[in-house]
Design a protein around this ligand. Structure first.
Ligand SMILES: *Cc1c(COP(=O)(O)O)cnc(C)c1O
Length: 367
């Protein structure tokens, strides 16, 4: 009966959808590894370590209240982050992952045809959420060192530009923008244009010349800083990130949020992760050590790796990209190819990195 009813419905009139949806691509998640083993999935920059027991305990306890809606303002977490960063609570906004906050910024700033400016290649969500809002993407190619070309970006600002993303470190290349380069850039951006500094990987940054969004926020009214519990804190599956912004931008972020989208479990887990920060940051240190080792060994295979300040490396393989990704997939490892440009690989614990290195070596030797 049901099948017949559905069958008939297919012949009904086409639903009216907004025309621009026709060219919105569906987000493609990182491919699972060939054997389905999560440990071999190096395509999504996830934290490879399981949740800490102390965090899991808090998650279990929080699960006992899921018959209730969560605190829509994430008050406890807002106050905790405000205090530890020297901000007013009004300047902190929690979101269902920082990608939700990116989307809220696009929705808050653009009308159809307005422009969102960012470097390319960069975070794959930017073009998606821009298109979804029927806004236009202005993509400015990275420079030859796979870094943001901030002066070219400044030259691409028009009177339709509403929002600029600066991804620091940049996903997928791992490169950072320096404090002075970003300050010079900000001086060229009209103050009515919001600059979102996406710091999803900031806990992995060790280069002291790298720009610090929070520092810039203090003197620049149009800067907004985006951070997340997904990467360094290992809560990707719980969907929780945060923004620091001046009051007007923060208010706009609160207005554009989907109500109750940040669960009470996520809020509790984020607080527990802040309590467990030293332990979590030890894991970050271990991954940074692995990042350096892996980069060094890949370079010895004759491939030049841009200095990464994140939990992944960029292999600029150009035309070899698809072949390399397929080779990894056949060996049971999933990596993230960017067609014709390169491959991003997430840094893992030593055994998995060693496995990846062997797989990479056999390809690079025969290339
Ligand atoms: C992973 C990532 C995010 C966000 O992740 P959420 O899980 O939505 O917090 C944001 N920006 C960049 C550049 C990322 O790589």
């Amino acid at each position: 009966m049901k099948a017949t009813a559905l069958g008939n419905a297919e012949h009904a009139a086409q639903p009216h959808l907004r025309p621009h949806l026709a060219d919105v691509a569906t987000y493609k998640p990182g491919r699972p590894a060939g054997d389905g083993s999560p440990a071999r999935k190096l395509s999504a920059n996830e934290n490879p370590y399981p949740p800490l027991p102390s965090v899991l305990d808090v998650i279990s306890a929080a699960a006992t209240t899921i018959n209730r809606y969560p605190d829509p303002a994430s008050d406890a977490l807002v106050h905790r982050l405000a205090e530890s960063h020297g901000l007013a609570p009004e300047q902190v906004v929690i979101g269902a992952g920082s990608v939700a906050l990116c989307q809220q910024l696009v929705n808050a700033t653009t009308a159809p045809g307005d422009e969102v400016l960012y470097a390319w290649p960069s975070f794959e969500a930017y073009p998606l959420i821009t298109r979804l809002a029927d806004a236009r993407s202005a993509e400015v190619e990275l420079d030859r060192h796979a870094r943001h070309d901030l002066s070219a970006m400044a030259a691409h600002i028009t009177d339709r530009t509403r929002l600029i993303f600066v991804c620091n470190p940049n996903n997928p290349t791992g490169t950072t923008v320096t404090r002075t380069a970003l300050e010079d850039f900000l001086a060229r951006v009209p103050t009515h244009v919001i600059v979102a500094i996406d710091e999803a990987y900031r806990e992995f940054v060790r280069d002291s010349d790298s720009a610090d969004g929070l520092e810039l926020l203090r003197t620049r009214p149009n800067v907004c800083v985006l951070r997340t519990f997904s990467k360094a804190y290992g809560l990707a599956g719980l969907r929780i990130g945060y923004a620091f912004a001046h009051r007007e931008i923060a208010d706009a972020l609160r207005k554009t949020a989907m109500p109750f989208s940040v669960s009470s479990i996520a809020q509790a887990a984020a607080l527990a992760s802040l309590d467990a920060e030293p332990e979590l940051l030890d894991r970050v240190d271990a991954l940074i050590g692995e990042r350096q080792r892996l980069a060094h060994r890949l370079e010895r295979c004759g491939i030049s790796i841009p200095r990464s300040e994140a939990n992944f490396l960029w292999l600029p393989l150009g035309e070899d990209t698809a072949g390399f990704a397929a080779h990894c997939h056949n060996a049971g490892l999933s990596v993230r190819p960017f067609a014709g440009a390169g491959v991003r690989v997430s840094v893992a614990p030593p055994e998995i990195n060693a496995l990846f290195l062997n797989v990479a070596r056999t390809y690079l030797r025969n290339a």
